[in-house]
Design a protein. Structure first.
Length: 122
């Protein structure tokens, strides 16, 4: 059985407990690619990308951008922190999903968010 860490390219970076950045091998449009992934907690994603709107709730999401042979994927999950286990589960999720396409895709229920600015970058 192949373990998800075997698909990693290098080691994941954890700039903060709510964010990981890593690369992994995958398939996109019937071709082998290296995904450049940013994995966020849903709370941190909302604070970072919607600082003015401060949404009360947000759905989990997957954002794919593939241009100039660079394959970027951002994932926001309803987790309290991002750790290696979350990284491995994200790799499995992306590799198992066969109908990936570019754009922003929301799924699941909308989760209630805290309204304080505890994790916003300065």
């Amino acid at each position: 059985m192949i373990e998800p860490q075997q698909w990693l390219v290098g080691e994941p970076q954890f700039p903060r407990p709510q964010h990981a950045r890593f690369q992994f091998e995958g398939v996109y449009r019937q071709g082998d690619v290296i995904w450049h992934c940013d994995l966020y907690t849903l709370q941190y994603f909302a604070e970072r990308f919607y600082p003015q709107q401060k949404p009360a709730s947000l759905q989990q999401r997957l954002i794919i951008d593939s241009a100039d042979n660079q394959h970027r994927i951002s994932v926001a999950l309803n987790l309290p922190v991002i750790d290696k286990s979350a990284v491995y589960k994200t790799i499995i999720m992306v590799r198992n999903y066969k109908r990936l396409r570019e754009g922003e895709h929301c799924y699941g229920p909308a989760y209630e968010l805290r309204q304080e600015d505890s994790h916003t970058e300065s």
